[in-house]
Ligand binder design. Structure first.
Ligand code: MF3
Ligand code: CO
Ligand code: CO
Length: 255
């Protein structure tokens, strides 16, 4: 499938959807505390998206996903299903929000610490965010996706962490996951050449141990095979004439 170039009108809708997704992460932050369950976080986000934002939580019923957000705790890499387990001090959690507004998607995630994170967990989460930023800052017309994947991989592996290969960033628009696939590893000088008007996510999943994954019998939850910690950050991006725009930037966040 060809990679779509968004029109000015589509970009304006992507900006709105992206901003809403970002605002959900800001809204949920004070709730991420020891003792709350991930299902309670799900309910708060769901109600906010539906009742306040008049938007749609994209994960709900997406290929049968049963909840409105993904909550991935500690060794869970991605696609964790909110449930009745309580967060406890020292946990790290990725909350991944995707909203649909006026038919267009905004997709973003970040790590939260429950109480104080361990030195390793903090270093892992910081590295995963920095790996995302390394990729984001390269985005401009003419750059190839292999250049970006390589830079993310190099940055992460230099910190002695590993990059998950089975899941990647993705084009996004009216469709949640569309072309291109945005790998977080790769070879410079290969892959799609970016053009202004493309919209896609960068969302590296970084493991403290080996890169290998295992899927739980619920058919969604992806965990590290060696049960090491994993961290992920995600933004939705627009390729502009001379660089990038972060469509899911939060108030006060700097790239
Ligand atoms: N938000 C995830 C992503 O970044 C996808 C979640 S799909 C779901 O692409 F079904 F698990 F919600
Ligand atoms: Co995504
Ligand atoms: Co996401």
């Amino acid at each position: 499938m060809a990679v779509s170039i968004k029109t000015t009108a589509e970009i304006e809708k992507m900006r709105i959807a992206g901003k809403l997704a970002a605002e959900v992460l800001t809204m949920i932050e004070p709730h991420v505390k020891s003792g709350i369950t991930t299902d309670e976080l799900n309910t708060i986000c769901h109600d906010y998206i539906v009742d306040i934002q008049n938007a749609i939580p994209a994960p709900l019923n997406y290929h049968g996903f049963p909840k409105s957000i993904c909550t991935s705790v500690n060794h869970v890499i991605c696609h964790g299903i909110p449930g009745n387990k309580k967060l406890k001090d020292g946990d790290i959690i990725n909350i991944d929000i995707t909203v649909i507004k006026d038919e267009y998607h905004g997709d973003t995630s970040k790590m939260f610490y429950v109480g104080k994170a361990s030195i390793l967990a903090d270093r892992l989460s910081t590295t995963a965010r920095e790996a995302m930023l390394v990729g984001i800052r390269m985005v401009k017309p003419g750059v190839q996706l292999g250049d970006i994947g390589h830079a993310i991989q190099k940055y992460s592996e230099n910190e002695n962490f590993s990059v998950v290969r089975e899941y990647c960033g993705h084009g996004i628009g009216k469709v949640f996951h569309e072309d291109p696939q945005v790998l977080h590893y790769g070879t410079p000088g290969t892959g799609l050449t970016l053009e202004a008007g493309m919209t896609f996510t960068i969302e590296p999943m970084i493991n403290a141990g080996k890169r290998h994954i295992k899927q739980l019998p619920d058919n969604w939850t992806v965990v590290t095979k060696d049960r090491s910690l994993s961290a992920q950050w995600e933004h939705t991006l627009l390729v502009t004439a001379d660089g990038y725009e972060v469509l899911t930037l939060r108030d006060g966040e700097t790239i």
